[in-house]
Write a protein that binds this ligand. Structure first.
Ligand code: GBH
Length: 488
């Protein structure tokens, strides 16, 4: 939607940016940290573009003070980061005080700068030693996760109020254990559905235990949610394709968390596509699990990147699939994928080949609010939204500049979409751009840049991109201003 007048944000709306430990910290083997599944996966031949790994990444572990100063310059009110399990409990074992000290220093620096720390406990980097004991396919990993969470809370509970258990458990389970394009790189439907269950169980256990320790904490989870649109809403095969995508991305996680049950249609599909996987899931769901998973949360984090335009008939002009950048053969992440086809609808695309569809964010927020969050008394945050583009650096008298016009527009349009949702009555309390910095984009290595701040990986120099300057102006004005497009 185009902006013809100044559109203010609510006074308590929070503007932030997000990162994740493995993607920015580097210092992969310092101060007692041991390998995570991503350290291991990055070393599998062909798994990651250029065999890139997170050994150095943005060197944030050593540069966090400068990075916090940068956040302050941008005017961020909050910063969403994750803690590394392998730093806090190397190999998933005993607590490592040196690892916790890093997060204490970071959080103290943030608080000093008046930036609210928003802590995510798990952004995909389980200790490799636990993977060797079964990883998320093992029920015990949920208990190890709870122990880890409590040790982070022991150290930081007095200075962090907002806690997210998991980032995007769909990716951990189905990209990691079924498609095999993310760590740990397994390719099994059974492993994916078991991982999803144990991730959810770990989430619920941690919410329950942190709530019991401190009723004041703001607790939640972040999900990658999408809008699945059928090519022809009058064609039953297209509608069914959209139902299966919605069920496997969204409802697989939303329904247990908000309703204490897995979606029946998706369990039905699972028994037809892989009866053994369904039996394994049934056996893994023990009495009480779904009650634990449905422990009430205060806020739901919505990560939105793009929608899905799908049908039940082969596409005449199919778009290039987006998720497997390497020569390592990925499988479908969806247990039920037969007969689902992605179609082209002519939307602009980012350099990930993801569609740009800001209205999708409005539609998604309205739907999640009406069907799940509002009835549960849960508020919403957009915990990630952002885009990769092939940025070009130019030299000016004042130093390097990045005129990332497309990203600047992307941010403005999606903030407009959030305002549209607020105007429609959705209680969405904040927005985090993904990401503060260019960083390690998982299987894409350092090739894809999502930052509002450029990172030169040779010098570690940071340059605020035009999109970052624009975001800073929007935050300062607390409004989307039609003029700011011209003011550069
Ligand atoms: C987030 O996940 C992550 O939380 C973050 O770490 C990451 O850096 C960031 O996004 C950018 O990737 O097969 O083409 O249909 C992204 C969530 C969900 C987005 C699945 C892509 C399917 C792509 N992803 N989605 S495609």
């Amino acid at each position: 939607m185009s902006v013809s007048e100044t559109r203010p944000f609510p006074t308590d709306f929070l503007f932030g940016a997000a990162t994740a430990a493995y993607q920015i910290e580097g210092a992969a083997f310092e101060d007692g940290r041991t390998a995570s599944i991503w350290d291991a996966f990055a070393r599998v031949p062909g798994a990651v573009i250029n065999a890139d790994n997170g050994d150095v990444a943005c060197d944030h572990y050593h540069r966090y003070r400068d990075d916090v100063a940068l956040m302050q310059r941008l005017g961020l009110q909050t910063y969403r980061f994750s803690t590394s399990w392998s730093r806090v409990r190397p190999d998933g074992g005993a607590v490592n005080p040196a690892g916790l000290d890093f997060y204490k220093r970071l959080v103290d620096e943030l608080r000093e700068a008046d930036i609210i720390p928003w802590l995510t406990l798990y952004h995909w980097d389980m200790p490799q030693a636990l993977e060797e004991k079964g990883g998320w396919t093992s029920r015990e990993t949920a208990d190890r996760f709870a122990e880890y969470a409590l040790s982070v809370h022991d150290a930081l509970g007095d200075r962090v109020d907002i806690w997210t258990t998991l980032n995007e458990p769909w990716c951990s389970s189905f990209l990691g254990y079924t498609a095999g394009v993310h760590a740990p790189g397994r390719q099994s439907v059974t492993d994916g559905v078991l991982a999803a269950h144990h991730l959810l169980l770990g989430h619920g256990t941690v919410v329950r235990e942190l709530r019991a320790r401190d009723a004041e904490l703001e607790l939640g989870i972040t999900l990658n949610l999408t809008v699945a649109e059928p090519v022809d809403p009058a064609d039953p095969a297209d509608v069914d394709a959209a139902r299966r995508i919605d069920g496997q991305f969204n409802r697989w996680f939303l329904d247990p968390i908000f309703r204490g049950e897995y979606p029946g249609d998706i369990l039905g599909d699972l028994v037809t596509v892989d009866a053994a996987a369904r039996a394994a899931l049934d056996a893994a769901i023990l009495p009480g699990d779904l009650e634990t998973i449905a422990t009430p949360i205060d806020s739901l984090g919505v990560n939105y990147y793009h929608g899905e335009f799908v049908g039940g008939h082969e596409a005449p002009n199919p778009p290039r699939p987006g998720e497997a950048p390497t020569d390592r053969e990925g499988r479908s992440p969806f247990p039920s994928h037969e007969g689902i086809f992605w179609h082209e609808r002519g939307l602009p695309r980012t350099s990930m080949n993801w569609e740009v569809q800001p209205e999708g964010l409005t539609i998604l927020l309205e739907r999640v609010w009406e069907e799940y969050a509002r009835p549960a008394g849960t508020t919403l945050y957009v915990t990630e939204n952002g885009a990769a583009y092939d940025d070009v650096v130019t030299m000016s008298e004042s130093g390097p500049r990045v005129h990332d016009e497309e990203r600047r527009e992307f941010v403005r349009m999606h903030l407009g979409a959030v305002l549209d949702a607020i105007a429609a009555g959705v209680d969405v309390r904040g927005y985090f751009y993904w990401s503060l910095l260019d960083n390690y984009e998982w299987a894409w290595g350092y090739e894809k840049r999502f930052g509002i701040v450029r990172v030169d990986y040779d010098t570690q120099e940071r340059t605020v991109k035009d999109s970052g300057l624009e975001y800073g102006r929007i935050i300062a004005a607390r409004a989307l201003d039609p003029e700011s497009a011209a003011r550069r």
